[in-house]
Design a protein around this ligand. Structure first.
Ligand SMILES: Cc1ncc(COP(=O)(O)O)c(C=O)c1O
Length: 377
C-alpha cells in the first residue's frame, strides 16, 4: 500500500516555520479500506467484475427509496439542522431511547472521537480489548489518552477480571467494547456487560453490527445506567457507509456537554435525509439483513469444509478465519487476482487470519467456486 498523501506531506516537512505535533509526525497512519475504483486500477480488473468483501459494507446498498429521495435532494445551499431533530425522533422510535438521549454523527467513527474529546484529559487511560475495531486505540493518542490493551482470550471472549483490574490500576475513564466484535464476530455475553457496568468508568459498547446479531441491543439499558454509551450506525444494515451517518445513545447527564462540543453541522443534508428515509423503510432493509445473515451462515459452513480455513462463529455480517497451510497475505493476493477482495490480518495477536464479509448469493457462489479450486502447495 503506498503511503497516504498526508503522511508524505508530514514527513517531508523540514521547515522550522511549521511545527506540527511531534507525536503525530512520528505516528503510523491508519490504513482504511480502498475504494473499488482504486482496487480496480491496481488489479487491472473492471470495477463491475470485482467482489468487495473486505470492509463489511452492505452489497445491496441503500433502499431504492433513499436513491429516489437523494435524486431530488432539496436545500443543499443551506446548512443542515444542527440538531438532526427529525432524524433523532425516528431513531427514538427505532431504538426505544428518547430523542433527548440520542446524538447523531458523521458515522460512529465521529462519535468515538467526540467521546474521547468529552472525557479525556492529558494522560487519562482508556481500556481497549484487542483484537477489536482499530479506531478506539487509533484515536486515543490524538486526544492525549493512553490506550491500555487488555487482550481477549484465544476464543476472543473478554477477560473480565483483567479489565476490572486494568480499570482500577490505571483509574481508566473509558472502556471501549465492540459487540458483535469486529473482526472476531462474536457477541459479548450480557453478564459480562453487567459486570463491567459496575466499574467506575464509562462503558462504550459499539453495536455497529447489532442488526445482524439477531439479539437484543443494549439500547434498552441506556435509560437506567449512568455509565453506558451505545454506538450504532446506518453504514451496515442500511447500506449508507458512503454517506457517513451514525448515532450514539447516551446517559441523560452527558447530553448537555456533548451538545456543547459537537461540530454544529456534522451531519450533512444528504446523510440526514438518507437516514430518515431508511428509517421509514425498515422492513425492506431488514429483509436484506436477513439475506446477508443467510449468506454469512453459508460462508461459515463452507469455510469449515475447506482444509485451509478455520472459521470462528459469527453474529455479524462477516466471518473471521484462521488460514492454515499458506500465509493469509498470499491467500488474500490469490483471491484478489480472481477479483475478490478480502481483509487480512498479520499482527502478532491475529497472525494469518482473514475476514470475509457476507455478499449477495451470486458473489458468494463465485467466492466458493474460486476457493474450491484454489491450488494450495
Ligand atoms: C465496530 C465498528 N464500529 C464502527 C465502525 C464505523 O462505523 P461508521 O461507518 O458509522 O463510522 C465500523 C466500521 O467498519 C466498525 O466495524
Amino acid at each position: 500500500m503506498p503511503p497516504r498523501p498526508n503522511c508524505e506531506a508530514a514527513s517531508a516537512m523540514g521547515s522550522e516555520q511549521v511545527r506540527i505535533r511531534r507525536d503525530i509526525a512520528s505516528m503510523s497512519a491508519y490504513t482504511p479500506t480502498t475504494s473499488l475504483d482504486v482496487f480496480a486500477q491496481r488489479l487491472g480488473i473492471a470495477p463491475e467484475n470485482l467482489i468487495k468483501l473486505d470492509a463489511n459494507e452492505n452489497p445491496y446498498g441503500p433502499s431504492p427509496k433513499v436513491v429516489e429521495a437523494l435524486a431530488a435532494l432539496p436545500n443543499m445551499q443551506v446548512y443542515p439542522d444542527p440538531e438532526s431533530g427529525r432524524l433523532r425522533e425516528l431513531l427514538a422510535d427505532y431504538t426505544g431511547v428518547p430523542a433527548q438521549q440520542i446524538l447523531c454523527g458523521a458515522g460512529a467513527d465521529e462519535l468515538i472521537e467526540l467521546i474521547l474529546q468529552l472525557f479525556i484529559e492529558p494522560s487519562d487511560v482508556i481500556i481497549n480489548t484487542p483484537p477489536t475495531f482499530a479506531m478506539y486505540s487509533f484515536n486515543a493518542p490524538l486526544y492525549h489518552a493512553r490506550s491500555v490493551d487488555v487482550y481477549r482470550r484465544a476464543d476472543f471472549s473478554l477477560d473480565i477480571e483483567a479489565i476490572q483490574d486494568a480499570v482500577s490500576r490505571h483509574d481508566a475513564k473509558l472502556v471501549f467494547l465492540c459487540s458483535p466484535n469486529n473482526p472476531s464476530g462474536g457477541l459479548i455475553p450480557l453478564e459480562d456487560i453487567k459486570a463491567l457496568l459496575e466499574l467506575p468508568a464509562a462503558i462504550v459498547v459499539d453495536e455497529a453490527y447489532i442488526e445482524f446479531a439477531e439479539s437484543e441491543s443494549l439500547a434498552a439499558w441506556v435509560s437506567d445506567r449512568p455509565n453506558l454509551i451505545v454506538l450504532r450506525t446506518l453504514s451496515k444494515w442500511a447500506g449508507l457507509a458512503g454517506l457517513r451517518i451514525g448515532y450514539g445513545l447516551f446517559p441523560r447527564a452527558l447530553m448537555p456537554q456533548l451538545w456543547k462540543i459537537k461540530q454544529p453541522y456534522n451531519v450533512n443534508v444528504a446523510a440526514d435525509l438518507a437516514a430518515r428515509v431508511s428509517l421509514q423503510d425498515i422492513d425492506f432493509l431488514l429483509e436484506r439483513v436477513r439475506q446477508l445473515i443467510q449468506q454469512r451462515e453459508r460462508l461459515e459452513s463452507a469455510f469449515a469444509e475447506l482444509p485451509f480455513l478455520s472459521p470462528y462463529p459469527s453474529r455479524s455480517n462477516f466471518v473471521l478465519n484462521r488460514v492454515e497451510g499458506l500465509s493469509a497475505e498470499d491467500f488474500r493476493d490469490r483471491l484478489a487476482r480472481a477479483g475478490i477482495i478480502v481483509r487480512y490480518y498479520n499482527n502478532p495477536r491475529l497472525f494469518d487470519h482473514i475476514r470475509i464479509s457476507a455478499g449477495k448469493p451470486a458473489q458468494i457462489d463465485r467466492l466458493l467456486d474460486v476457493l474450491r479450486t484454489l491450488p494450495i502447495d
